[in-house]
Ligand binder design. Structure first.
Ligand code: ACO
Length: 401
């Protein structure tokens, strides 16, 4: 719905577009999406093809630098990343300072910002070379922070990665290797992780990406911009939805598994309950990522031999929503978060870590958008407003109020 108003304010004509539903904030050559047709492309390549044929590091390179890398370029990027993967030991003390109950998204946002103190040369970057090294550093260190966040949550000792492994394989090892056990590679799991990360890698000007561009537009630096983006992603109407989906499915199961009851709640305008994982600001027919993830979820569950009653509830909700006039009329279809949580759960990732996994995937997209914004020399973001408060008033001293 177009809900734009042009209003004459004290300072001139101002356009009001709540939630920026029809307002572009930039020109971008990174991601194309057509919500009506369910099309998503990174730099012109379809998400279906990339999820099928590319790996996450190739996609990261494509998003950030604009072209698919040849082997030499990919090897250089990967080697540069390996060379920067050390995270200062003092960072472990910061992590130690958080209670075990701390939400991992809060921890990750803080740790990402804290990295600035240990990598001061990555802050005031302006040349392409300086940008490149800031990008390499965060691509290297962010997975370590993610793994540390998970291991802290699980009470496992912290570890660094293994240079001999692929980028995603190494992330898998850092997260899941059991103490005093040899790391065991599981190809189906690594492939599913690769796909999940690719599918989350960029989604044009969503809330967290716009935040990264906005913060970066003040030249606050890449790590500070990313830290702000992580906070934006945390919310349940954005990346936090994957956690909310699982919690909703668990609540439905605990309440006897009556999906019809929850469908009715979702449609009741006096009930604040929403069917989490349904609906999207842009996709109004289907979310192409949800289709791919649904298939990956089936494969991982079959490979790991997981039979999950939660998945049955998810499938039941999906089937009912597809036949329901309320959902059909409002074009509410399962989004990417509806199925991703089921895969994460089968891998033994705690529910609170789901949005962290989303952040891990979104990292190259945020970086690409930040780099594009800086290279385009975009001006500082500074929306206007229409003031609706009191007109001029005289100050009233405290004892006269
Ligand atoms: N369950 C029930 N009703 C819904 C849902 C839902 N999940 N989503 C939207 N609606 C209804 C609204 O009540 C509204 O109904 P009305 O026209 O009768 O008032 C209509 O559909 C339009 O909804 P809006 O909130 O105006 O749509 P908007 O584009 O602003 O919101 C959003 C999109 C935030 C994703 C919304 O669909 C939602 O809250 N979904 C659940 C949370 C979720 O899954 N978020 C993840 C999004 S994907 C991502 O960030 C990666």
């Amino acid at each position: 719905a177009i809900d734009i108003k042009t209003i004459r304010s004290a300072t001139g004509m101002i356009t009001i577009d709540p939630g920026y539903k029809n307002t572009g904030s930039c020109k971008s050559a990174i991601t194309f999406l057509d919500g009506e047709k369910g099309i998503l492309r990174y730099r012109g390549y379809s998400i279906e093809e990339l999820a099928e044929k590319a790996d996450f590091l190739e996609v990261a390179y494509l998003l950030i630098f604009g072209e698919l890398p040849n082997q030499e370029a990919l090897d250089k990027f990967h080697n540069d990343i390996k060379g920067e993967s050390h995270v200062d030991e003092e960072m472990k003390k910061i992590l130690d300072g958080f209670p075990k109950s701390a939400h991992p998204m809060g921890v990750l946002s803080c740790l990402t910002c804290a990295l600035i103190a240990f990598n001061p040369t990555s802050v005031n970057v302006s040349s392409e070379k300086e940008m490149y090294w800031a990008i390499v550093r965060i691509m290297a260190k962010f997975p370590v922070l993610v793994a540390w966040t998970l291991r802290k949550k699980k009470g496992l000792p912290l570890d660094y990665g293994d240079d001999t492994l692929g980028y995603v394989e190494n992330i898998h090892k850092m997260m899941f290797k059991k103490p005093n056990h040899k790391y065991e590679k599981n190809k189906v799991v690594i492939d599913a992780l690769d796909k999940l990360l690719i599918l989350h890698a960029d989604h044009e000007q969503n809330c967290s990406t716009s935040t990264v561009r906005m913060v970066g537009s003040s030249h606050a630096g890449l790590f500070a911009s990313l830290s702000a983006g992580i906070s934006a992603l945390w919310g349940p109407l954005h990346g936090g939805a994957n956690q909310a989906v699982l919690e909703m499915l668990e609540a439905i199961e605990a309440d006897g598994g009556d999906t019809k009851k929850y469908m009715a709640k979702a449609k009741d305008k006096n009930d604040p309950f929403r069917l989490m994982g349904f609906g999207h600001r842009v996709y109004k027919n289907f979310d192409p990522r949800a289709k791919i993830i649904k298939k990956a979820a089936d494969e991982v569950l079959a490979d790991l031999g997981v039979e999950d009653s939660i998945l049955d509830i998810a499938k039941g909700l999906e089937k009912e929503a597809l036949d329901d006039k309320y959902f059909v009329d409002r074009k509410l279809y399962p989004n990417v978060d509806f199925y991703s949580g089921i895969i994460y759960r089968s891998l033994g990732i705690p529910t609170e870590m789901f949005t962290v996994m989303f952040a891990l995937g979104r990292l190259p997209g945020w970086i690409a958008q930040w780099r594009e914004m800086r290279l385009n020399k975009e001006p500082i973001g500074r929306p206007r407003q229409v003031y609706i408060g009191p007109t001029v008033r005289s100050f009233v001293p405290l004892d006269e109020r």
